[in-house]
Design a protein. Structure first.
Length: 244
């Protein structure tokens, strides 16, 4: 079975007939996101469209409950517990390992579907890629493993650049492996690499100020949901226009 069908199968198995009582028993899909409606709305829209294509329409034959952590990782556990108490039929964890870990800690019975950028086996989420086991599965992009390739591409674009920086989220489980991969790649290319750490908007601003002080010639941004959700601020800094 394709893993993308797991959630749809779970939902379909509990969808009752179209009666007034059945409408009160519509299955509930929990949507747990590290981001906000503003930053992550495009994913939520795609999520609804995917369900629609399979015949599941919000407020018609399925309900979607959203919980947004607003880029505050420490809020995820409580939000996950809140969805489990709702209760939901299936839980979709968006935004990488922190969301998936919070969901798994909240329930061992409700099916969980995640999307990750690091190895879920190494992070302890699943037993193996082929046989995840338990109540959790999902899609893995392995973006951390692509860190070295991003440095390769940067070197191709700017072959004369010698000083580069990597912007990371120090609270992310992918932080350590990504830094190691970045430093190994920089060393192999003969580059001087600096690591800049940021979580809040003010810390991102400080990181860009440090980037100037270091006279770094290029910046690689970690493939972390935090920075995806802060993309407007990052782009504004690149073009010299600070945004909160």
């Amino acid at each position: 079975m394709r893993r993308r069908e797991l959630m749809l199968l779970v939902i379909g198995a509990v969808i009752p007939s179209r009666t007034p009582r059945a409408q009160r028993l519509m299955p509930v899909v929990g949507y747990l996101s590290i981001g906000s409606l503003e930053s992550d709305g495009f994913r939520a829209t795609a999520f609804r469209q995917g369900l629609n294509e399979e015949g599941y329409v919000d407020n018609q034959n399925v309900l979607i409950e959203y919980r947004w952590a607003e880029n505050q990782y420490d809020r995820l556990p409580d939000l996950a517990v809140d969805l489990v108490r709702r209760p939901v039929t299936v839980l979709f964890a968006v935004g990488g390992t922190p969301s998936a870990l919070a969901a798994r800690a909240a329930t061992s019975t409700i099916p969980i579907v995640f999307n990750l950028g690091i190895d879920p086996v190494q992070s302890g989420l699943v037993a193996s890629l082929n046989r995840p086991g338990g109540n959790i599965t999902g899609v893995v992009v392995l973006t951390t493993e692509l860190t070295a390739k991003r440095f390769d591409l940067l070197h191709e674009l700017l072959p004369t650049a010698a000083r580069v920086a990597l912007l990371v989220n120090p609270t992310s489980p992918a932080n350590d492996p990504e830094m190691r991969s970045a430093q190994d790649a920089a060393r192999a290319l003969g580059l001087q690499a600096y690591v800049l750490r940021a979580v809040t908007p003010s810390e991102i601003e400080t990181a860009f100020a440090t980037l100037v002080e270091l006279r770094a010639e290029a910046l690689v941004v970690s493939a972390d949901p935090l920075f995806t959700n802060r993309r407007d601020q990052l782009v504004a800094f690149v073009f010299g226009k600070s945004r909160p």
